[in-house]
Design a binder for this molecule. Sequence first.
Ligand code: DOR
Ligand code: ZN
Length: 350
Amino acid sequence: MTDPRLLTLRRPDDWHVHLRDGAMLELAVAATARQFSRAIVMPNLVPPVTTRTAAVEYRERILAACPAEFEFTPLLTAYLTDTIDADEVAAGFEDGTFTACKLYPAGATTNSAAGVTDVRNIHPVLERMQSIGMPLLVHGEVVHGGVDVFDREAVFLESVLRPLVDRFPELKVVLEHITTEAAVDFVTAAPDNVAATITAHHLHIDRNALFDGGLRPHAYCLPVAKRREHLHALRRAAVSGNPKFFLGTDSAPHPQTAKESACGCAGIYSAPVALESYAQVFEEEGHLERLEAFASEHGPRFYGLPLNEGTMTLERAQQTVPESICQAGQTVVPFHAGETLTWRLREAAN
Ligand code: DOR
Ligand code: ZN
């Protein structure tokens, strides 16, 4: 008889995370490695990761910061700039240094100043990626033309992503951290080489969370949370069983002081309770049985990577998430701070 208080899953992966560098690295890596077997690591460092050498060195720093008790594989990405070298990117994919490339429209988010100013500038790189099967990971927001911050994703879909997918029909594309019903519909209708990640926080909060009794910097991320109906569309997509949708936390720690500021940084730090947070959503939606596919199967299948062998177990046991976490000299406020969650990570076996 299986114990109904336990939920054992194939070990999951995080297909979109910010592990940072320097002082924040240790805290971020430990939290992600506790929860996940592999993670697609975002390259928006200062300076951004644009070469194989930078990526190899960053991977070494990540592995050095990882607690010995966890078996964790960081999968690195290249940060696309207007002038990035297609040969460097392709060589990095072919030798296993890079798993994918990340497209940040310049100015769209944290450390995106070196991003792409016009996608036409990277057409030759995209052509090359398409020919070698290298995935393109997209921050899908426009930042020009005075587009309202809540419309940036929807406008991006029609003005940038649709033409891009039409021009490169075989290119593997992951639309990251989707926030709108339009994105769900776009990805659902697209061919199988187009997929999306969904964060835990976008499955919990709508835009009202930003103004809940006052200004709430810890609910601020990019793309910003949208209206309630979009939250519902994201929840339906996540629990649908459709293999185009998979787990990507976009966990993005910033120091508490940088969030609680007159110009607070974008980013929600969900890594410490990521699985528990997703599990709660799947249970509320009546589809706990589909959590494993979303967390542990759809992502590796899309990327053409093997499924993890080990398991992890969640137990139905309340946990109150700390108001803040102080570790390795850093103080951060996690997602769900002060809230009580119904699931708790029990063990992670390899
Ligand atoms: O909220 C966000 N934080 N969105 C991003 O796209 C970047 C991230 C970060 O690096 O802080
Ligand atoms: Zn991100």
